[in-house]
Design a protein around this ligand. Sequence first.
Ligand SMILES: [Zn+2]
Length: 262
Amino acid sequence: MQQTTTDPRKEAIRLTSLWQKHGPNTYPVDLDALVHGAILTSGFSDQLVIDRQHFDSFEGSLVRTNGTRKWTMLLNSRITHGRRRRFTFAHELGHFMCHRELRSKFEDSEDSLNDFRDEIETEANIFASWLLMPANLLRTEFQGITWETETLRAIGNRFECSLQASALRYVELCSKPVAFVVSRDGMIIWAAKSKSAPYMNSYCFGDELPAGSHALASYQSGDEDTQRKAVDPVWNDTRHAFESQYFDTSGRGYQYTCIEFQ
Ligand SMILES: [Zn+2]
C-alpha cells in the first residue's frame, strides 16, 4: 500500500458538503466555481492555477513549481467531449486534494482516467466519481430503478459523468444485488458489485466472460442490442440474473455489462 495523506472518499464528501452548504448547490457541479469559490478561499495553504490549453500527449496534468507550494493544473482543451473534460478536471483535483504530498507531477491519459486497478489512479477516479455524483442525490433521484445500460446512461447524463465512473458509484451505493463488468475482446478488465451481490465466477482482470452469458454471446455475434435479458446461473453457480449490454463506440473497444441478480 502506498501511503496517501487524504482518503479520497472522505475528501469528496467534505467538498460535497462545502458545495451543498456554501456553494450554489446545483448539479452537475460547477468545478471552477467549487475550486475558486469554496476550496481556495477556505484557508488553503497551497496555490492552484488552472490552465486550459491544447496539448498533444495528455488529457490532464498537475505539476508543482519546484521548491514552492504552487501547483498548476493543465487541462487539455483539445478534448471536445464535455463529459470527459469534467471528469479529467475532477480527477486532477483528486490528485491535488489527496496526493500532492506523494509526487510533484501527475499526468493522465485516457487510459489512466479509465484505470480502476492502479491504486493512485483508482483513488483519483473514486474521488472524481464521488464528487460529481453525491450519494444523497443519486439515492433520491435513482432509487428503485432497474439496473440496465439505459439507466446507466441516464445517470451519466444527469451528472455529466463517464459511464464507467457512473456505474462504479451507483453499484457501490446500491442495496440490490447488482454488478457492473467492463470487458474488451471477451476478457474482463475490471468489475464492481454491490454488497448484497453474490460471489461471481468471472470478476477479476483477465477472467473470460462466462459461457452462456449474454455478454459473451453479444461480443461474439456483434449484437449491440441494449435490451435487458434473463440469463441462466452463469455469473454465479445458483443465481439467475438479468443482463444488459453496451458497446462503447469511442474506439477503445470497451463492452459494459450491467447485471442484476434475482
Ligand atoms: Zn491520474
